[in-house]
Design a protein around this ligand. Structure first.
Ligand SMILES: Nc1nc2c(c(=O)[nH]1)N[C@H]1C(S)=C(S)[C@@H](COP(=O)(O)OP(=O)(O)OC[C@H]3O[C@@H](n4cnc5c(=O)[nH]c(N)nc54)[C@H](O)[C@@H]3O)O[C@H]1N2
Ligand SMILES: Nc1nc2c(c(=O)[nH]1)N[C@H]1C(S)=C(S)[C@@H](COP(=O)(O)OP(=O)(O)OC[C@H]3O[C@@H](n4cnc5c(=O)[nH]c(N)nc54)[C@H](O)[C@@H]3O)O[C@H]1N2
Ligand code: SF4
Ligand SMILES: [Mo]
Length: 690
């Protein structure tokens, strides 16, 4: 019997906790704490603790599958890759689209990006960051010149005042949540603003239970109060920022007075005043935000407004301060860094930047050049185009994405996937999306490959191979390399190890240029920017200047706009969707972990007892939920924690597919879907009589 422990990074959320995988006779049998990471210091949440259960789940894909009619047949790699190579070579570059995965390593993503732009020569590459933090990418870039989380996870415990706005940190980033508790035990004030009384709200000193979609109203009101009381940081504003006067003018308007704004938000004006006082008087205040802010049609405005508040109070560039936009998936930060975006090359260089285009072309050495220097389609536009009668996208290659469950309108997505002439899906399980593929390729999971991933605080850390992949499955970077070779580009994908890929990747990302394999191999890895070999990395951004050419942060005046799908007489409730601590996204992995699935295994709708009583609905009753565009049936969970007039459905269960039917896409610029506000009606389910 052999027994080993391999240290690696958790495959679920962007917190990036380190853990040990316990390996017995070539099988991962459990996890054990790894104490030397500054991120989690040995602690794990439930998902990390039980991650071994999906690794060895018998449902794992083990062989490539080829569709014939309605049936999939197992095939070998040679036959599958020959077929894919032949098909993909038959399309023009602009007819091809590729989605990479925020669940995969940096090296997987970098190679998939190089494959798309160099081999397929397509501009159409994207991944799920679009559904998640695209509002942050635009909003923080405008305000600060760079869109990353400003401070580090351990740093949060040094704050004197923490505002959790649209982040259920204790459930969705539990080991970031631990830092909130640490700060609070030192005496810090914690404020949570959320329509639901979440586990994060439980850990707070002040809870603002406001209506979803009223964030700008709340933030402007807080800023007005801070300015009226002279709690703003004049020297920071003068020395480090521009355009403050425009914001001052907006937030001092009468409509943002705590009385008026409070009424519209559904909260008492005293709560707004208290929040303003705590933030205004704190020496070090930090804000944590996530999907409650970004997944609205006004997402960019919300983000700009957050940036305004933190610049107004001088809470940028010091320990315990900052705008901490908590990323979602384990490697969504990395997938963006390496350039899996339709408008940006590695290191956030615009694809239209001639110098960046020439540099990449030269380094990669494709004799027939790379993709055109124009922006490609993002994931939403790809699917939008697939709605037309004869779509311009003919073939898609999806790596570790499950759009049938995750995108806002599954009927449209399924219809679009069916219209494709050719679809490849590369996953570790046979997902809802695989059903529409022509070829399904079996990928190795995080425990079966080496590489790096980048967490929410820009920390690049190692993942390490603990066991062999099941059956004939291969790591994503190996599959891409083999396919590139079949398509005649073996030379451009000649790597002897993952370290080779890492080194090439670092050479094209300025923020990673000072990293080496040895440097990131140590506990806690390295936070970017790390531009010089002798530099240790940068946990806190903007300590001296912002990333704009003039070094200044920019204030943007923002007026509150109503959400696009507000309740009315026929649809009187506001529905919001979100997550549970037990499950991850479309649930492909966590629903296969017994200990997690035993806790919650089906979807439901949360409703306040007051509303339930009026509708004569009891806990566990079946109910019909109707949207403007569809309906679904699920159980009711009658619970005090949700605001009267509001309802919540967790997104991890297939029931959500119908829930997503109702949700509106998208504001034009980042094109994000409004997953957080939709008008619904609720009634007790009745079997229709014939
Ligand atoms: N357990 C678990 N953890 C996860 C994930 C998971 O699936 N499961 N997914 C990961 C991913 S990809 C992401 S993006 C993150 C998301 O992390 P979070 O954004 O923290 O998660 P959500 O539950 O989507 O939404 C956060 C909160 O926003 C609130 N909210 C709803 N509407 C509004 C509003 O209008 N304004 C405000 N201010 N708040 C509102 C919701 O009630 C909810 O409590 O989590 C990551 N971590
Ligand atoms: N209603 C509603 N819908 C939402 C949201 C919401 O708040 N409400 N949130 C949105 C957000 S923030 C996000 S990020 C998206 C997420 O959307 P998706 O990215 O589609 O969600 P996941 O379920 O994480 O899908 C990832 C897939 O990767 C696979 N995978 C895991 N590891 C590997 C690997 O190593 N290799 C390969 N090839 N595959 C792997 C998993 O099995 C899974 O099928 O969902 C969005 N959808
Ligand atoms: S907090 Fe996130 S990274 Fe840490 S163990 Fe839980 S799911 Fe994994
Ligand atoms: Mo996300």
């Amino acid at each position: 019997m052999t027994f080993t422990q391999i240290t690696t990074t958790c495959p679920y959320c962007s917190t990036g906790c380190s853990l040990n995988l316990m390996v017995e006779n070539g099988k991962v049998i459990g996890t054990a704490p790894y104490y030397r990471s500054p991120v989690n210091e040995g602690r794990l949440c439930q998902k990390g603790t039980y991650c071994h259960q999906f690794i060895s789940n018998p449902d794992r894909l083990k062989k490539p599958l080829l569709r014939k009619g309605d049936i999939f047949y197992e095939t070998d790699w040679d036959a599958a890759l020959d077929f894919i190579a032949k098909k993909l070579s038959s399309y023009k570059p602009d007819e091809l689209a590729l989605l990479t995965s925020a669940r995969c390593s940096n090296e997987d993503n970098y190679l998939a990006m190089k494959f798309a732009r160099g081999v397929l020569k397509t501009r159409h590459i994207d991944h799920c960051a679009r559904l998640c933090h695209s509002a942050t990418m635009v909003g923080l870039f405008l305000a600060f010149g760079c869109n990353a989380m400003t401070n580090s996870i351990p740093d949060i415990s040094e704050s004197d005042c923490i505002l959790c706005l649209g982040s259920n940190t204790l459930e969705q980033h539990p080991l970031v949540g631990r830092q909130i508790i640490k700060a609070r035990s030192r005496g810090a004030h914690v404020i949570t603003a959320d329509p639901r009384f979440t586990p994060t709200a439980v850990q707070s000193d002040l809870f603002i239970q406001f209506y979803s979609g009223s964030d700008v109203l709340l933030l402007n009101s807080i800023m007005g109060e801070i300015i009226r009381n002279n709690w703003h940081d004049e020297s920071f504003i003068t020395e480090r920022t521009s355009h403050f006067e425009a914001v001052k003018k907006v937030v001092l308007q009468r409509r943002y007075n705590p009385e008026i704004a409070g009424d519209l938000c559904g909260v008492s004006p005293d709560l707004i005043r208290k929040t303003a006082e705590w933030i205004g008087k704190a020496d070090k205040c930090t804000i944590l935000y996530a999907m409650g802010i970004t997944q609205q049609t006004t997402g960019i405005d919300n983000v700009k407004s957050i940036a305004n508040l933190m610049m107004l109070t001088g809470n940028i560039g010091r320990p315990g301060t900052g705008v901490n936009a908590l990323r979602g998936q384990n490697n969504v930060q990395g997938a963006c860094d390496v350039g899996c975006l339709p408008n940006l090359f590695p290191g956030y260089k615009p694809v239209t930047d001639g110098t960046a285009h020439r540099k990449l072309s030269k380094l990669w050495g494709f004799p027939d050049g790379i993709c055109e220097p124009h922006e490609g389609y993002d994931i939403n536009i790809m699917f939008e185009h697939l709605r037309s009668a004869s779509p311009d996208i003919k073939a898609m290659y999806l790596i570790g994405e499950n759009p049938v469950v995750s995108e806002p309108n599954p009927a449209i997505i399924i219809d679009g996937l069916k219209k494709l002439d050719f679809l490849v899906v590369q996953d570790i399980f046979f997902t809802e999306t695989c059903q529409y593929a022509d070829v399904v390729l079996p990928a190795a999971c995080f425990a079966e490959k080496d590489g790096t991933q980048t967490n929410t605080e820009r920390r690049v850390q190692r993942i390490r191979k603990a066991v062999d992949p099941p059956g004939e499955s291969k790591s994503d970077y190996e599959i891409i390399t083999a396919l590139a070779s079949k398509m005649g580009y073996g030379e451009q994908f000649k790597y002897t190890s993952v370290k080779d890929i890492f080194e090439e990747m670092c050479s094209v990302i300025p923020q990673y240029q000072g990293m080496t394999w040895d440097k990131i191999d140590k506990p806690g890895g390295v936070c970017w920017p790390c531009e010089e070999l002798d530099q240790p990395g940068t946990p806190i951004l903007y300590s001296e200047h912002f990333a704009h050419p003039d070094g200044k942060g920019v204030f943007y005046p923002v007026e509150w706009k109503e959400p696009s799908d507000l309740p009315d007489k026929n649809f009187p409730f506001r529905l919001t969707t979100g997550r549970l601590i037990w499950h991850m996204q479309s649930g492909t992995m966590t629903r296969r972990c017994k200990n997690l699935n035993d806790e919650v295994h089906e979807g439901y709708l949360e409703i306040n007892p007051e509303d339930a009583k009026r509708l004569k609905i009891r806990n566990e009753d079946l109910i019909t939920v109707s949207f403007r565009k569809g309906s679904l049936v699920c159980k009711a969970r009658v619970i005090q924690d949700i605001k009267v007039g509001t309802a919540f459905i967790p997104l991890h269960f297939i029931e959500r597919v119908t829930a997503n039917l109702a949700l509106n896409s998208s504001e034009p610029l980042p094109y994000i879907s409004e997953y957080k506000v939709a008008a619904i009606s609720i009634k007790k389910f009745q079997v229709e009589k014939r």
